[in-house]
Design a protein around this ligand. Structure first.
Ligand code: NI
Length: 177
């Protein structure tokens, strides 16, 4: 059984963040432990959502909590989303891109079909912040982050910060260069 209890937050340019995540074949105690650890990381880092790759795990799972509390954090396994409604541009950040913010255009409504921790399928429709979280976290499972969706000027503004994150990573991982 893989041990997920010591997972930590991953940051750009950790390779797991830019790869599509794999579907979860079996929901067992390891996956339940992973979900628990992901909720903890989300709360520790003061986020409102966290996707598997952000815990260093290349699996299709995310947690979301519109108020950032562990009690209200819900788990979504192998999610599929159907965004809907008008689009809106709102400033977003990402736990894996510290210091980077940008306006991201997303749908204002979103339906998610997923499995819960007992492997039961469920459907949930959300608006506002939760609809945005679903789309943001689903992006992570496709290997996509806000830096890939920002406007050209926002990308230019983020350039220095991205370079700094890259340098920090290279320093900690000398063999990856
Ligand atoms: Ni994110």
């Amino acid at each position: 059984m893989p041990d997920y209890k010591n997972c930590t937050i991953t940051r750009f340019p950790e390779p797991v963040l830019s790869k599509p995540a794999q579907p979860i074949e079996k929901i067992d105690d390891a996956i339940r432990q992973l979900a628990e650890r992901m909720k903890e990381i989300m709360v520790e880092t003061q986020g409102v959502g966290l996707a598997g790759p952000q815990a260093g795990v290349n699996l299709q799972i995310f947690v979301a909590s519109p108020d950032g509390t562990k009690e209200n954090a819900k788990v979504y396994i192998n999610p599929k989303i159907e965004p809907d409604g008008p689009m809106k541009s709102v400033e977003e950040g990402c736990l894996s891109l510290p210091g980077i913010w940008g306006k991201i255009t997303r749908y204002t409504r979103c339906t998610v079909h997923a499995l819960d921790l007992d492997g039961k399928p469920f459907t949930e429709t959300a608006e506002g912040i939760l609809a945005r979280i679903f789309q943001h976290e689903y992006d992570h499972l496709q290997g996509m982050m806000i830096k890939d969706r920002m406007s050209i000027p926002a990308k230019l503004r983020a350039r220095k910060k991205l370079k700094q994150l890259q340098d920090d990573y290279d320093e900690k991982n000398p063999s990856s260069q």
